[in-house]
Design a protein around this ligand. Structure first.
Ligand SMILES: Nc1ncnc2c1ncn2[C@@H]1O[C@H](COP(=O)(O)OP(=O)(O)OP(=O)(O)O)[C@@H](O)[C@H]1O
Ligand SMILES: [Mg+2]
Length: 432
């Protein structure tokens, strides 16, 4: 109940592995965290650290802390990460096995760190999480749905590789962490939309039934939170009016079946539905209408690109593939913990000159317009194609990254040219 009242407290999330004893060790956790928070005046939201308590993997500060904040107002979410891998649900069709969904227990070890790894403009991730938290609260409190619509359905759309699927999973994980007092168990069911839209149209109805019956089975336990991820929803919920008359009417039936089933899920207060798509204009209006939160996820901005590269380079330094910067650059890294300054410090007009930083900023500019997925590949491509040895200096590695991003752009350009010539040829053929 306490969790439902909004108090200006500092939220602390503590990730533990199996073996952590809440009753025995919680006090020790509180002490360590208090001590660390007392030491520092300001702590930005998202800061993580470790404490010497057995089975505690990470402590995350989930509130921006300034010097005036009372450190006694800590709200702890201590959770144990589930280690069991996700299980695929399959349906047999003759000799073939169709994988229709993936089921995972939350919070999952597999998804640990995903939330922090996703970088968007400030505030976006948090507003999405508050949306999810508010809608779960409304449902728990039994809001009159005739007066206030709250479907607990969020839709993320945008170009490929911008982290939509990852973000949905990360939100589900966060919800499970934050609601671990309200719900004893949490599940993530990922629906494989493509497989539902079976080649054997007559089977599709059965597949839809099976997937949703299983979800309902989980939801019937009111102590369970169930997050449902309908990935690439366009393959099932594409606009009925776009289905041409020569397509089998079965496909329309599938779309209807999905919508009916979604309506059925909404009656359960313990469900949260997340959907992703690359295309918004061909999504069924009835589906769009049901979503009470539609968020566009685009390509990263320069600040986000910088941060994506900074975290990647930091990791490469930690494992020794990129050498740690020598003393000569210390003066630049005074304000940072990991040697590569923050974006603000790096772009400050008066900063001291530094070749590595200049190249990094140049790479950031060159990377504009690429998806997060491509950016995360650049350090690997740089190593595989241009570094080719176990360890190299930051300067050489960055130079290799610059070559890699140029290659990525060049390849993309060739592909686009190829694509347009194929289109031109097929247009020529069809006009014959
Ligand atoms: N803004 C970002 N910050 C950090 N990593 C990102 C970002 N965007 C994408 N990525 C990384 O790119 C990879 C692909 O992400 P994901 O599969 O979630 O994208 P998607 O939008 O679902 O793509 P698709 O539309 O092709 O399904 C992930 O490893 C993810 O971590
Ligand atoms: Mg995806």
């Amino acid at each position: 109940m306490m969790n439902d009242i909004v108090v200006p407290s500092i939220r602390i999330e503590v990730a533990c592995s199996r073996g952590f004893d809440k009753a025995e060790q919680s006090c020790l956790v509180y002490q360590h965290v208090h001590d660390i928070l007392e030491e520092r005046e300001t702590i930005p939201m998202g800061t993580t650290f470790t404490i010497p308590v057995p089975f505690v993997l990470q402590v995350e500060v989930c509130t921006n802390i300034d010097q005036y904040m009372e450190r006694s107002k800590l709200q702890f979410n201590i959770y144990v990460l589930q280690e069991s891998p996700s299980v695929a649900e399959t349906l047999n069709h003759g000799k073939e096995e169709v994988e229709i969904s993936q089921h995972m227990l939350l919070p999952s070890m597999e998804l640990h760190g995903l939330w922090e790894s996703l970088i968007y403009e400030e505030g976006i991730k948090d507003s999405m999480l508050s949306f999810a938290e508010s809608s779960m609260l409304f449902a728990r409190k039994g809001v009159d749905t005739n007066l206030i619509t709250c479907n607990r359905l969020a839709l993320f759309h945008g170009p490929p590789g911008t982290g939509k699927t990852s973000l949905c999973k990360a939100i589900a994980q966060k919800l499970a962490i934050r609601l671990n007092v309200e719900y004893r168990h949490s599940h993530l069911v990922e629906i494989n939309s493509h497989s539902l839209f079976s080649r054997w149209f007559s089977e599709s109805g059965k597949l839809v039934q099976k997937v949703f019956s299983e979800i309902v089975g989980l939801l019937e336990d009111k102590h369970s939170l169930v997050c449902v991820l309908v990935d690439e929803v366009e393959s099932i919920a594409y606009a009925r009016d776009r289905i041409s008359s020569n397509e089998p009417s079965d496909s329309i039936r599938v779309v209807n079946a999905v919508l009916t089933q979604l309506d059925r899920l909404r009656h359960f207060p313990n469900v949260f539905i997340l959907a992703t798509t690359n295309i918004t204009d061909s999504i069924d209006v009835a589906f769009l209408d049901r979503a009470d939160f539609v968020q566009y996820i685009g390509h990263p901005t320069e600040r986000a690109i910088y941060e994506i590269y900074r975290t990647a380079l930091h990791n490469l330094q930690a494992i020794g593939i990129v050498e740690k910067e020598g003393k000569s650059n210390r003066r630049l890294s005074a304000s940072t913990v990991d040697g590569i300054p923050s974006y603000e410090d790096a772009t400050e007009p008066g900063r001291a000159s530094c070749t590595t930083l200049d190249i990094l900023l140049q790479i950031v500019k060159l990377s504009a317009g690429q998806s997060g997925r491509t950016l995360r590949k650049v350090p690997f491509l740089a190593h595989a194609l241009f570094v080719k040895k176990e360890t190299d200096s930051m300067l050489n590695f960055l130079t290799a990254m610059r070559q890699a991003i140029r290659k990525v752009q060049h390849d993309k350009h060739l592909l686009e040219k190829d694509h347009s010539s194929v289109e031109a040829i097929s247009a020529g053929i069809s006009s014959l």
